[in-house]
Design a protein around this ligand. Structure first.
Ligand code: LLP
Length: 424
């Protein structure tokens, strides 16, 4: 029996579409959305969940998210454009980012998106100017630096004191910018946002950041400023390998809601709407990537099995030392006795997709599936070594659908020009 993914035979998919190939399970994506519905949205009133689309975004993904009743968090003009093209309800879109451009803000204002999460004073200046010109008023949150440390990779920790994201909590900074917004004719101050980091298995950073935000909300109330929205970000960790001590979503959300509700009651505050922003948690485990095994060799003490992709379709091992698990799709019944390193095909020594994994004895031509590759792989893919970006297929109950066609060689030079003097 070959590996099945959402009841599709992975060998058949590899044959039909070629490799490398990203394969997403629609059933698994929807399962995650439903857990969010049951364990958060239906369990607590006045709550919202928005999918952090930087993890993986295509027009079809927008459709799934919309059908599952979630909102969308975008961080660029390109992500917003994708949502617009997919007909995503703009009232359910929020826009994050630490240096939004004028064009991006204009696009957001023109489409009257639900919330802009303002990161800094310069952005507030730009937004007010744009709203004034267009005679519009936008609802905004401010992203704060919650000064909450995380135990995750340094590159994906975002809420520490010297983070590049958000507004610091010094009274002269935070109160003055919020007052500016409250007094503005062009923005409506709605609330506070933070995001502590990504791939977290411990709830303490969220709880720490929540308490700081609650104190801020109380201080604002004392100045007659009401916070209607409190966005506690994403970051909920998933399973890549058995080293990950994965916790259910409720492990993060139950204590969060408890401290929020208790604090509000004790301090006579109306509980704000609570918003979460998961990305990886929704899409990560729904995805696998299929590769064909090519060269197999031993150099020194390392046995390599080489695949036809690598760091251009999954930069995470090179960038964050991320770990993955994998199976050989056509050798599921065989014992995993061979200690190998899965090497990518790129001219870069760090292009090792999985270091030291036990697999059945592979042969050239086998199909390898790397698990938990739904998040931050396709969305971070590049054309290094002029490698085309693989296609994305959606598997659902035994059927397969193309979400993104694989790039061709001609796509690689589509935007290139040769100056006329070089043509002679
Ligand atoms: N909200 C904000 C404001 C964020 O910056 C992020 C992620 C999220 C939500 C979603 O976080 P998640 O639930 O997916 O952990 N490329 C890195 C991850 C970068 C995450 C950046 N921000 C990786 O591959 O691990």
């Amino acid at each position: 029996m070959n590996l099945l993914w959402d009841k599709c035979d992975t060998l058949e998919l590899a044959k039909k579409y070629g490799t490398p190939l990203y394969v997403l399970s629609e059933t698994k994506i929807r399962e995650r959305c439903r857990i969010i519905q049951d364990d958060f949205l239906k369990k607590y009133d006045n709550t919202k969940a928005v999918y952090a689309s930087k993890a993986f975004l295509t027009t079809a993904m927008c459709k799934i998210i919309e059908k599952e009743g979630l909102g969308l968090d975008v961080v660029s003009g390109g992500e917003l454009y994708t949502a617009i093209q997919a007909g995503f309800p703009m009232a359910m879109v929020e826009f994050n980012g630490n240096n939004k451009t004028i064009d991006e803000l204009e696009l957001a204002v023109n489409h009257e998106i639900g919330r802009i999460i303002v990161d800094n004073a310069y952005e507030l200046d730009l937004l007010e100017k744009i709203c004034k010109e267009k005679n519009k008023v936008m609802d905004i949150l401010f992203r704060i630096v919650p000064e909450a440390d995380t135990d995750t990779h340094e590159y994906i920790s975002t809420g520490h004191k010297s983070s590049k994201f958000g507004i610091n909590l010094l009274p002269e900074t935070i109160f003055s910018i919020i007052k500016r917004a409250v007094d503005s004719d062009y923005v409506n101050f709605k609330g506070i946002h933070f995001h502590v980091g990504s791939q977290l298995h411990d709830n303490k950073s969220h709880l720490n950041a929540i308490s700081k935000t609650l104190h801020l909300i109380k201080d604002l109330k004392d100045q007659n400023i009401t916070v209607e929205d409190m966005n506690i970000g994403g970051g909920f960790g998933i399973h890549y390998t058995d080293d990950d001590q994965v916790k259910p979503l409720a492990y993060f959300l139950e204590p969060s809601m408890k401290i929020i509700e208790d604090y509000c009651q004790e301090n006579d505050l109306e509980r704000p709407m609570i918003i979460i922003e998961p990305g990886r948690w929704i899409i990560g485990e729904a995805g696998i990537t299929l590769y064909t095994v090519g060269a197999i060799k031993t150099n020194g003490d390392k046995k390599y099995i080489s695949i036809d992709g690598g760091m251009s379709d999954n930069i995470r091992p090179s960038l964050y030392q991320a770990k993955y698990h994998a199976d050989i799709c056509n050798r599921l019944d065989e014992d995993k006795t061979d200690l190998v390193t899965v090497s990518g095909k790129f001219c870069e020594s760090s292009d090792l997709l999985i270091r030291d994994i036990y697999l059945p004895k592979a042969q050239s031509g086998d199909i390898l599936a790397v698990y938990s590759t739904g998040a931050y792989t396709y969305s971070m893919a590049c054309n290094y070594n002029k490698q085309p970006i693989p296609g994305v297929v959606l598997a659902c109950e035994g059927k397969d659908y193309v979400l993104v066609k694989k790039q061709t060689f001609s796509d690689l030079i589509r935007n290139e020009c040769i100056p006329s003097h070089l043509e002679e």
